[in-house]
Design a binder for this molecule. Structure first.
Ligand SMILES: *[C@@H]1O[C@H](CO)[C@@H](O)[C@H](O)[C@H]1NC(C)=O
Ligand SMILES: *[C@@H]1O[C@H](CO)[C@@H](O)[C@H](O)[C@H]1NC(C)=O
Ligand SMILES: *[C@@H]1O[C@H](CO)[C@@H](O)[C@H](O)[C@H]1NC(C)=O
Length: 286
């Protein structure tokens, strides 16, 4: 435990200077015959593989806000991406998908000019998609504990606990990652039990502390400066936040599985935010 505390202090020391400154179904299908919001998202993502442009009809044609900074604005930007991938052998498979109210969030593995893992978040209005955010990272691993970036449970349970699980994770981020109080870290975990899917970090709190320290020692200290959105379905909660990896402005998407009021499992996707001069749309990352 003494060693654990040293790791926390080390991580806190690296982080401190930067820190000063609904209702849903668990399957993708509705039983009414018309596609559910989750099914629309699965089909839209799959269009990157099939070249099928029909799922573009799930987007609001006049009011679709794209936050993937590599894509052009609106439906035409999405269509151009499908066309660009047509015939390239691109594949995409959604591993887990959740919904809270008007937000659907998906965790997918793809081969799109390289092997990637992505989180995609879609906002619906009147049954149509009006906004999209995402984060992608090269698919590497397995990690030192043998877990891939996407394996593990896929179905939400504890559907009555969405709000309390979101509140737990919000408090965790506000206190530890934004607030910098690493002495509180253990409060959010059940002892040293945590299944870790970050491709370079091992299981457990000691693995997390060692991993954060290793990133910092390599000049790539992980720091969080702002939480933008938190979405949940039952025992799964996704946090979309912004920070620095070393000095690089970075998007962090962290997915947690919560068990008995404690963090039990973690998946993440980390992506550099390009400078504005490289954006293909004016909407920004968030
Ligand atoms: C698309 O979004 C706009 C703005 O919110 C809305 O007025 C319009 O009705 C939507 N279109 C459809 C087909 O729902
Ligand atoms: C994909 O390629 C096929 C065959 O060349 C073509 O028929 C189809 O229109 C293309 N789809 C898109 C979206 O570009
Ligand atoms: C961290 O939390 C503990 C317990 O609530 C508190 O005593 C301490 O002052 C906090 N430290 C910082 C730096 O906020």
């Amino acid at each position: 435990m003494a060693q654990l505390c040293n790791y926390f202090l080390l991580a806190a020391a690296y982080l401190a200077p930067l820190l000063q400154s609904g209702s849903s179904t668990s399957s993708g299908y509705s039983n009414s015959g018309s596609p559910s919001d989750k099914q629309k998202v699965i089909e839209l993502l799959k269009s990157l593989e099939t070249g099928d442009t029909k799922p573009l009809s799930y987007l609001n044609a006049t009011n679709f806000i794209q936050h993937n900074l590599a894509l052009g604005p609106g439906v035409s930007g999405f269509r151009a991406f499908i066309s660009a991938l047509n015939g390239t052998g691109a594949t995409i498979n959604t591993v887990r998908i959740f919904q809270e109210g008007n937000f659907v969030f998906a965790h997918s593995v793809s081969s799109v000019f390289g092997a990637f893992v992505s989180f995609d978040v879609f906002r619906f209005e009147g049954g149509l998609i009006v906004e999209h955010w995402d984060n992608s990272q090269a698919n590497t691993g397995p990690n030192p504990s043998g877990h891939t970036m996407t394996d593990g449970p896929t179905q939400a349970t504890d559907l009555d606990k969405t709000e309390q699980n979101k509140a737990l994770i919000k408090d965790f981020f506000d206190t530890v990652f934004i607030g910098g109080n690493f002495s509180q870290l253990q409060h959010y975990f059940n002892g040293n039990i945590e299944i870790q899917h970050n491709p370079s970090i091992a299981d457990g709190l000691d693995g997390l502390a060692a991993g954060l320290a290793a990133f910092a020692a390599a000049g790539r200290a992980i720091s969080y400066t702002k939480v933008h959105q938190i979405h949940g379905e039952g025992n799964f909660v996704l946090v979309m936040s912004e920070g620095l990896l070393g000095s690089q402005p970075t998007g962090y998407y962290d997915l947690f599985r919560i068990e008995n009021g404690k963090v039990a499992e973690h998946w993440d996707v980390i992506q550099a935010i390009p400078p504005q001069s490289e954006w293909k749309n004016p909407n920004g990352k968030w």
